[in-house]
Design a protein around this ligand. Structure first.
Ligand code: ATP
Length: 235
């Protein structure tokens, strides 16, 4: 089944055309990367998918249903869950309370991930369940943000720069968790500036360049395509 289909999506901030005719698709069970340089429009695309920013034109079909006009909350309730850049955890609440907040998006849908699943995936969250989230390290906060989204029962997980600001070791832990989730069947769209890591973790990828898809294909092929890497992604 096609989980997500975007057709000719345009998004503008006033006079700035951030997305100029983006089309892409994600099949159920895929982990797909969206890579591209600073300002290419990656976050804008995720924000348009969760209806945090309004599209100018184009279609976004999530599980066959156009999300136009839905509130961001309604989109999340459908199972399209976004872990935003900067994580946006609730800093004054405990780890456990943040995870409970994640349940709101699930509504009456089936629990695909329980608290036990999340604690198994990220044992540090169980160890620190009563700790105030704002006092966690950056890596722990990223794990919490992913855990919170899992509690919401994602059918599609959008991740915006999960490796940002994390050490290589912690990034490995986060990516290992994502690979495990995907192997269990979760569909993931991964936005990363760290192209090499994103390509290594995914099966297919899209390269976004100034608001348009400049290249798409198998991740392994893109990783081996020096011209693409040099032109769009830096060495
Ligand atoms: P980064 O990795 O730096 O977050 P990105 O690929 O995610 O980059 P976006 O943040 O989506 O890119 O930005 C795409 C373009 O839209 C940029 O030119 C940016 O300056 C512009 N832009 C993003 N958000 C806004 C906003 N709220 N108002 C005006 N322009 C914006």
């Amino acid at each position: 089944m096609t989980k997500l289909k975007i057709n000719d999506l345009h998004v503008a901030y006033g006079g700035v055309n951030a997305l100029r005719g983006v089309s892409l698709y994600i099949e159920e069970g895929e982990m797909v990367a969206l890579i591209g340089s600073n300002g290419a429009g990656k976050s804008t695309l995720l924000n348009a998918l969760s209806n945090v920013v309004k599209r100018k034109s184009g279609e976004i079909a999530f599980e066959g249903r156009d999300t136009r006009g839905m509130s961001p909350y309604a989109v999340a309730r459908q199972g399209l869950l976004h872990v935003p850049e900067g994580r946006q955890i609730l800093s004054d609440m405990s780890v456990f309370e943040n995870l409970q907040v994640g349940l709101i998006a699930r509504g009456k849908r089936k629990a695909m991930y329980t608290l036990d699943h999340v604690y198994e995936l990220f044992p540090v969250l169980e160890e620190r369940r009563d700790q105030i989230a704002g006092t966690l390290s950056g890596g722990q906060q990223q794990m919490l943000a992913i855990g919170r989204a899992l509690m919401g029962g994602p059918h599609l997980l959008l991740l915006d720069e999960p490796s940002l600001g994390l050490s290589p070791l912690i990034t490995d832990q986060v990516f290992d968790a994502l690979k495990k989730l995907n192997a269990e069947g979760l569909t993931v769209l991964l936005v990363e500036q760290n192209a090499h890591r994103a390509l290594a973790a995914t099966s297919r990828a899209y390269v976004l360049d100034r608001g348009t898809i400049s290249f798409e294909g198998k991740s392994a092929e893109i990783a081996g395509n020096k011209a693409v890497i040099d032109s769009y992604l830096g060495a």
